[in-house]
Design a protein around this ligand. Structure first.
Ligand SMILES: N[C@@H](CCC(=O)N[C@@H](CS)C(=O)NCC(=O)O)C(=O)O
Length: 322
């Protein structure tokens, strides 16, 4: 009997040394307050397609909620479990049909925008009802637009204040490479060497962040910013998913006092807990990556203690949230 060689989860995004190299986001147009980009920030015009499971989409869900843009940018949720047809709109707990276009699969939104697109169909997607196309499918861009361009939100909260931009960009670069995408580089590595490279960079960076957050409340200092939102969505998934599914098991977030305090601090901000769906998160990862978990058994644990007070108020101010 011959056995086929094991294949990486994403062949097209694996280099010759077994490293996971994430595809670039395809749609990068901008919605602007003044409309100069061709996509004016009109209330009711744009729609966010998200998965509650996905850490990248979760950023956009949190920023939409904190900025109180629920009535300005509509949103709908895909089934957390994907098959070979990709993200799908199906009825179920916490997800449902597509209210805008009646699509059955998110792939239809991509095909409507660029019929030649052959990459992975990803969430989040910012859809324009007027032109009938995707404006942007890069979460980093979408949170910036939600923060700054749309009228009618909670303006007192600025997640990307001008004086802190260089600092936020520098933090984001390190956190993206080694933590947000670092867990994926470990999990989708197709060689021991590639896995260890990602693993070492991930835990070295978590050590730096543990130090930093031991002495200050938020990553950029006194202001709660987009950098904190971006770290939060990875930390939230770390102990229940990445430790086991992606083999990121040097230590847990629960073993890191500052990181776990920070995680609970963000979780306790008004509106954030309501964006968290641990069932979607766990079922998505363990049921979808069939090469990592072929038997599709979903671990029952671990116990999470997200509601325990963080007790970090002495480290800095609480953001201006209603
Ligand atoms: N750079 C993108 C990444 C988005 C992304 O990779 N989303 C994942 C879910 S966590 C996805 O949709 N994957 C689809 C697939 O693997 O087929 C962003 O930040 O928006």
């Amino acid at each position: 009997m011959t056995t086929a060689a094991p294949q990486p989860q994403f062949r097209a995004e694996t280099d010759d040394r077994g490293r996971f190299v994430r595809q670039a986001s395809r749609f990068r147009d901008r919605v602007t307050a003044d409309g100069s980009s061709g996509f004016p920030a009109e209330p009711g015009r744009y729609h966010l397609y998200v998965s509650l499971a996905c850490p990248w989409a979760h950023r956009t869900i949190i920023v939409r909620r904190l900025k109180r843009l629920e009535d300005v940018v509509s949103m709908s949720v895909v089934d957390p479990v994907r098959d070979e047809r990709g993200w799908a709109f199906r009825p179920g707990r916490g997800h449902g049909p597509d209210p805008v276009n009646g699509f059955r699969f998110l792939a239809e939104a991509y095909a409507a925008t660029d019929p030649t697109f052959e990459g992975r169909i990803t969430v989040p997607v910012l859809w324009d009802r007027v032109t009938g196309r995707i404006v942007n499918n890069e979460s980093a861009d979408v949170i910036r637009m939600l923060n700054a361009e749309f009228p009618g939100g909670h303006d007192a909260l600025d997640l990307y204040p001008a004086p802190l931009r260089d600092e936020i960009d520098a933090i984001n670069d390190i956190v993206y490479e080694n933590v947000n995408n670092g867990v994926y580089r470990a999990g989708f590595a197709a060689s021991q060497e590639a896995y260890e490279e990602a693993f070492d960079a991930l835990f070295a960076t978590l050590d730096l962040l543990e130090d930093r957050l031991g002495g200050q409340r938020w990553l950029a200092g006194d202001a709660f910013t987009a950098a904190d939102v971006r770290l939060f969505t990875t930390l939230l998934r770390f102990d229940p998913v990445y430790v086991c599914h992606f083999r990121c098991n040097l230590r847990r977030i629960a073993d890191s006092p500052a990181l776990s305090g920070f995680l609970r601090d963000v979780y306790a901000l008004p509106g954030v807990a309501g964006t968290v769906d641990m069932d979607h998160i766990k079922r998505h990862y363990y049921l979808t990556h069939e090469r990592l978990n072929p038997l599709r058994i979903v671990p029952k644990g671990p116990l999470l203690d997200l509601d325990r007070p963080a007790g970090r108020e002495h480290l800095g101010p609480t953001p201006p949230l209603p």
